[in-house]
Write a protein that binds this ligand. Sequence first.
Ligand code: NAD
Length: 392
Amino acid sequence: MIIKPKIRGFICTNAHPLGCAANVKQQISYVQAQGELHNAPKNVLVIGCSTGYGLASRITAAFAGGANTLGVCFEKPPSDRKTATAGWYNTAAFHQEAHAAGLYAQTLNGDAFGKEMKQQVIDTLKAEMGKVDLVIYSLASPRRTDPETGEIYKSTLKPVGQAYKTKTYDTDKNLVHEIALEPANDDEIEQTIKVMGGEDWELWLNALADADLLADGCKTTAYTYVGKELTWPIYGQATIGRAKEDLDRAAAAIVKTKADKKVQAYVSSLKALVTQASSAIPVMPLYISLIYKVMKEEGTHQGCIEQIYDLFNEKLTQAQPVTDELGRLYMNDKETNDKTQAKITSLWDQVTQDNFHQLSDYAGYHHEFLKLFGFDIQGVDYEADVEPLVEW
Ligand code: NAD
């Protein structure tokens, strides 16, 4: 099969197996070049392990820390006529590299919100890996089925309190335009908290503790984005922000209820960058194209792997990592400091349809977007016939 990107709206509906493998290898090479992590966790569970920040976490744990990793993801396998999702190919490539390096790597594909997956993870840990000393929670999902009631909750990306008018860039139509976002109602806020809040993170930690699979002093982290004024109305102070606030509640609850195991639970605040999850959020493609421009000029630009290596190196491998005033592991200062934000705001105010491509680094954004699906990667022959049927 000759595989070229098929973009529909904010998503690419196919993926390139060799490109995804090259992307995984690039990330492995990056962390190997940074040097080995000291005091790294050795048995790591990554929930949401196949793309974005979760994949980068798994790669860092394994290839900079020498960890055994068990991953959980929700990806589509390939068929004769259709490629797999990128996360499937990423996982296959990760397994191949990890096994070649003599590292244990296993991945379970299915719904992380359900009881069945939690049981499968427990069974696999008991049989193959043992107690975990780090649990990464990196799920991004538009819906969640409640494991007790079977009710399906949907997350919404809407402002809270009042309507909000702002600029956005429609990647499909190459159009900078205004959008008016109506505020969420209470039910939409509650449903978003159910999907992207901390309840499922807590359920995971409870299940692992009940099965005696948490090592003493085990650390766990879930990822958030805090941002600043430009993104607050659609992120930080919007429905998704409400859900993310619930992670702080969950972190405190985990620490309290797992005190016997001295579990340390943190919310890690990471930078905005192109992933499958963020490209679906209105305003984000425009905001990210502008911060790429500013941060590349400042020499502070980072992708998933650079952010996550720093998170491990500066925070997760420290006995008592330095936290911000809210107890979070704050990794996003290079984006949210006042000087950088002032430059981004100035560009934001100036940007129009006519000057968008000059003022922003949309070319960089688009390259990163294609790369998520294994496209636009140097050294990959996109004219070659490739086998889409890749197994783990
Ligand atoms: P992503 O879309 O790249 O990754 C999501 C992962 O979750 C994938 O591995 C996917 O397979 C898995 N997944 C989704 N639903 C699942 C389910 N039901 N069961 C099992 N696995 C499932 O997203 P990302 O951008 O890396 O986001 C990860 C976390 O980081 C999210 O909490 C997000 O809010 C946070 N974050 C993202 C950004 C950003 O700019 N992208 C910034 C800061 C924080």
